[in-house]
Design a protein around this ligand. Structure first.
Ligand code: ZN
Length: 282
């Protein structure tokens, strides 16, 4: 009887201890802050199995960092990357998107106050090309308007002369959503134009629903009756690597090197302008 009572008392004491709070708010932890500032969390967007050693080897080689990186698994296809120099971490963030065996590795920065398994990268930057833009609808403002609903605009590539085959923007895309294939643009005169989209370094995605990380054979995103309606997406969304860009840029730089460039249009075309006055100025 006495032994039973003692057992009960010890359980009660344990229960009391579990209800207590350990206050760490005032405890100094400078080393952790520095470490966290050099950390990233990554999620491999795939429903397939993968080889962890091959993943670590491939990412380390692809990143080619000045210092080491330590990679630890913290959940299902979820990793923490510990860098040791801020330039290495910046290099990895700047170089996104990264893929392993054609599967996207989505990366998130870490605030520090979240639990590791709760950090779930859901966005990734991609360079997107906007094709078939009319010559008079290529300004940065038009491009910003067209891409507003697609994701946060991170960067817009210069096209000073408006002569490139496409405008190129870096967007932070929600990777849980289907890839957008085109944007319908309504012109001043009510004409609807279709602007085709292409994605650079696009990983594996489902041709049935347009979402990354699974194949059409394993697609659970569409109801069965819609699955027989054919493939809605195709590999034309993948942009081919750019060639000859350097030469084109040199040409633009030569034009820009002139002190003052005017576009001089014929007086009839712009009757309100006097001859010699330009429509645009670089
Ligand atoms: Zn799918």
């Amino acid at each position: 009887m006495a032994e039973e009572l003692a057992n009960q008392c010890s359980k009660l004491r344990l229960h009391d201890q579990e209800n207590e709070f350990v206050d760490v708010g005032e405890v100094e932890d400078d080393v952790s802050e520095e470490r966290i500032a050099l950390m990233l969390v990554g999620r491999l967007i795939t429903d397939r199995n993968y080889n962890l050693d091959a993943f670590k080897r491939t990412m380390t080689q692809a990143w080619s960092l000045a210092r080491r990186v330590v990679i630890r698994v913290i959940g299902a296809k979820l990793f923490v990357f510990q860098f040791f120099h801020w330039k290495d971490r910046e290099k990895v963030l700047e170089g996104r998107p990264w893929c392993f065996e054609n599967n996207l590795l989505a990366l998130s920065e870490v605030a520090g106050n979240e639990q590791p398994s709760d950090v779930m990268p859901m966005h990734s930057p991609f360079w997107v090309r906007l094709e078939n833009l009319p010559f008079n609808r290529r300004s940065d403002n038009i491009v910003k308007t067209i891409t507003t609903s697609m994701g946060e605009l991170l960067e817009i590539e210069n096209d000073d002369l408006g002569l490139d085959k496409y405008r190129r923007v870096k967007l932070n895309l929600d990777i849980s959503k289907p890839l957008r294939r085109f944007v319908n643009m309504r012109d001043n005169d009510g004409r609807v134009l279709r602007i085709d989209l292409k994605y650079e370094r696009m990983p594996f995605f489902c041709l049935m629903c347009g979402v990354m990380g699974h194949s059409e054979r394993d697609c659970l995103n569409l109801p069965e009756e819609e699955q027989n309606q054919g493939l809605g997406w195709n590999l034309r969304l993948r942009a081919t690597p750019r060639k000859g860009r350097h030469k084109l840029m040199e040409e633009v730089e030569e034009v820009k090197a002139c002190r003052k460039i005017l576009f001089i249009s014929k007086p009839e075309a712009k009757s309100e302008n006097k001859e010699g006055e330009g429509a645009g100025l670089i």
